[in-house]
Write a protein that binds this ligand. Sequence first.
Ligand SMILES: Cc1cc2nc3c(=O)[nH]c(=O)nc-3n(C[C@H](O)[C@H](O)[C@H](O)COP(=O)(O)OP(=O)(O)OC[C@H]3O[C@@H](n4cnc5c(N)ncnc54)[C@H](O)[C@@H]3O)c2cc1C
Length: 346
Amino acid sequence: MNASKSILVVGAGLSGICVTLQLLNHGCSVTLIDNSVNHSSRVAAGMINPLVFRRMTKSWRVDDFMPFLKRFYTELENETGSSFFHPIQIRRLFSSEQEHDFWLENEKKDSFLSYMHPLSPDDYSYGECKNPFGSGRVKESSFVDVNAFMNATLSLIQKSSLILKESFDANQLNRTNYKGVGYDEIVFCQGYLNSTNPFFNTLPIDPTKGQVLTVSSKTIPKDISINRKCFVLPLGGNSFKVGSTYEWHNTTLNCTKEAKNDILKSLAFLTEEEVVVISQAAGIRPTTRDRRPTIGTHQEHKNYHIFNGLGAKGYMLAPLLSREFVDYLILGTKLTEEVNIIRFKS
Ligand SMILES: Cc1cc2nc3c(=O)[nH]c(=O)nc-3n(C[C@H](O)[C@H](O)[C@H](O)COP(=O)(O)OP(=O)(O)OC[C@H]3O[C@@H](n4cnc5c(N)ncnc54)[C@H](O)[C@@H]3O)c2cc1C
C-alpha cells in the first residue's frame, strides 16, 4: 500500500488519537470524528504497571511495550510542550502469604529484574499503610495524566487534520465515501460503542464499566502509588485518585453509591482515616474475553478496519499496537495473530 492516503478515523479516545498520530507520521491526511459519548480514556487513571499482581506475572508483551511507550510519550511531551508522562513507584501490599511467595520466586529470575525490586527488610516493615504480609516495589511503573495527554494530542492533531465533533452515521457511508467526501480507508476506534457499528458489531467486545473516586486524605503516602484491593494514585497536594470497579456487561454511564461504597471499603484496607470524597467518575472499558485487543480488517469491506479492545491497560498497549496497526495498514506488514480479528472467524 502507498503512503499519503486519506483516512477517516471514527472515535477520538486513546485508540483514535494514537492511530491518528501514527497515520500522520506516515504522511497520511486524517479526518477524525468524535461525539464525546463515552469518556473512558479521560476517566482512566492512566496507570502503567508492568506486573499482573494476581500471580506476580509479567503483563502481556511488557518487554515490547515498555521501551516503546516511554519513547512515544516523552517525544509527544517534547513536541507539544506539555507534561503528562510521570514515573511513579507502585508499592504492592501483598494480600496473602501466597502472593508474597510468588514475588519472592520471581524476583530472582532474570526476566523480572527490570520490574521487581528484591524484597528488603523495609518492605516487610513498611509502616505507612496496613501491611500484614509485607510489600513489594515495582520498577518501571508510571502514569499518564490522561486529560493533559488528550488535550495536548488533540491540539497537535488539529493543526494538520480536521476534527469533526459529531456522531458518525453509518447510513451516510457509501463504500468509502462519507457525506460526499471520499477516503482511502476508514478506521473504527469506537471503544465499547463498537456495538453500534454495523460492520464490526459481531466482534466480542464486552463493555466493562469502571468507576473511580478522587479523595482528599492527610495520611495516604504522596510519593508512591499504593496498591491492594484498589490502586491509589497521588494527584498532588492531598488529592488521590482511587479505584476502580469492574462492572461487567454494564453500559450505564452514571456514578453509583454502591461503587463509591465498594471503593471506600477497599481503601479501608489501606488506611483507617475517613477520607473526604471530592468527586466520582464512570467510564466503560472495551474488553475481550481472551484479554487481547481486536484489530484488523473487515472480511468483505477491505477498506474498513478496526482498532479496539484495549481493555484495562490501554495506556500501556496503545502506543506500540497503534504503530504496528498503521504499519500493517500503510506498509502492508503482518499483524500479530494474537490481536488480529481473524481469530474470531468461525
Ligand atoms: C475507570 C477506568 C479506569 C481505567 N484505568 C486505566 C489505567 O489506569 N491504565 C490504563 O492503561 N487504562 C485504564 N483504563 C482503560 C482505558 O481507559 C481504555 O483502555 C481506553 O481508554 C480505551 O480507549 P478507546 O479509545 O478504545 O475507547 P474510548 O475512550 O471509549 O473512546 C472511544 C471514542 O469513540 C467515540 N465514538 C464511539 N462511537 C462513535 C460514533 N458513532 N461517532 C463518533 N464518535 C464515536 C466515543 O465517544 C469515544 O470518545 C481505565 C478505564 C476505566 C473506565
